[in-house]
Design a protein around this ligand. Structure first.
Ligand code: G6P
Length: 372
């Protein structure tokens, strides 16, 4: 009903706006200064966490994209090999699992059948299972060894938004926890990331307040029938998520690529006016990555693309090369997806609304897919 939507036209809009609160709730009371996180349900010891020698992350859809981001954080912070796998592929691939494998299962609903079957397969191979889920009492956390609940609140819109951001937060917490329990990171390094995470809700709020140009861009693209999204490092999963959102909501052929793969095929898709959304990494620190993305922008521009860049405020290199720049607050590279995902959501939602589509219930899709 209209009342449940708090005056918003769609649940998706309401859920996008709730993100600062959802992220703050997911962080609240969860960690000590030393970076020890408090899991909600733990049937494994610190020693079990220390014995882990390999991490798998298994999920579907948007949750899989959260897992892809988590891989960058876990490998960097924890120095453990980490693979991300689509749940629907995982158990058919005969993955190598044993009791020192940690399988992180990410599911908003906690009921996705592919994800549940992957969990059961991993459990049969004696792997430890840690669930990140938004739904207390659902099947996936019940069958897991440890659980960290995202506190997004009930998500109604089929296209996931606030659950995604809280999944990212939960993944960062798990990564930091593993790093501190295993003695890889010093307490002060973990504390620095946690301190920055605590400032992210305000940053998201700021981003939300500056989305009018993104809505305008989306309305201008009402008649576009395709769009490409590119990114590198953690910008790559966000490019995939941006494309997924457009597919889900605007029924457009949208595809995300690792920017470095452009030259191996996707660049042939580009001709005059092809919209390309680019997730630009921070120009600070990892400037090598930034340079590479600027080259990719020049490559697609030279073939006629219309480029929308999502860049960090203060980036003076990118704007002259592109058609539109959306600026986001400065944040460290690994945490950037918490911000870069937001314009993707707003863009898809507005474009779909301009096309007159059902935002909360897109055709052919279900909120929770309980068949394999
Ligand atoms: C469906 C939903 C997506 C979701 C995916 C995985 O496809 O429409 O929004 O990302 O399932 O769902 P889960 O509940 O396992 O995160």
């Amino acid at each position: 009903s209209a009342a449940e939507k708090d005056g918003y036209e769609y649940f998706m809009l309401k859920e996008i706006e709730e993100q600062p609160r959802a992220v703050a709730d997911t962080l609240r009371g969860r960690f000590t200064v030393g970076g020890e996180i408090t899991l909600d349900e733990v049937r494994m010891s610190d020693q079990d966490f220390r014995d882990v020698d390999k991490v798998f992350i298994v999920a579907c859809g948007t949750s899989y994209h959260a897992g892809m981001v988590a891989k960058y954080a876990i490998e960097h912070w924890v120095r453990l090999p980490c693979e991300v796998e689509l749940a629907s592929e995982f158990r058919y691939r005969d993955p190598v699992l044993d009791r020192s494998t940690l399988v992180i299962v990410i599911s908003q609903s906690g009921e996705t059948m592919d994800t549940l079957m992957a969990l059961r397969h991993a459990k049969n191979q004696k792997a430890r299972i840690l669930a990140i889920t938004n739904t207390v009492g659902s099947t996936i956390p019940r069958e897991s060894d440890a659980v960290l609940y995202t506190r997004a609140g009930i998500e109604v819109a089929v296209a996931s938004t606030k659950a995604f951001l809280t999944q990212l937060v939960a993944c960062y917490l798990v990564g930091l926890h593993l790093a501190s329990v295993r003695g890889i990171k010093y307490a002060d390094e973990v504390a620095a990331v946690l301190t920055e995470l605590a400032t992210v809700p305000d940053m998201i709020q700021k981003v939300l307040g500056e989305m009018e140009p993104v809505r305008l861009l989306a309305r201008h693209m009402e008649n576009a029938d395709r769009a490409l999204f590119i990114g590198r490092h953690v910008g790559f999963p966000i490019a995939l998520e941006g494309a997924l959102k457009l597919k889900e909501l605007a029924y457009m052929h949208a595809e995300g690529f690792a920017a470095g793969e452009l030259k191996h095929g996707p660049i042939s898709l580009i001709d005059d006016g092809t919209p390309v959304v680019v997730v630009v990494p921070s120009p600070r620190g990892r400037s090598l990555l930034h340079d590479k993305v600027v080259s990719n922008i020049q490559e697609v521009k030279a073939r006629g693309a219309t480029v929308i860049a999502i860049a960090e405020e203060g980036d003076v290199v990118v704007p002259p090369h592109v058609d539109h720049t959306v600026f986001l607050p400065r944040v460290s590279t690994l945490l950037a997806p918490l911000l870069t995902a937001v314009p993707m959501q707003v863009f898809a939602c507005e474009l779909a609304a301009a096309k007159g589509h059902d935002i909360d219930q897109p055709r052919n899709l279900a909120k929770s897919v309980t068949v394999e």
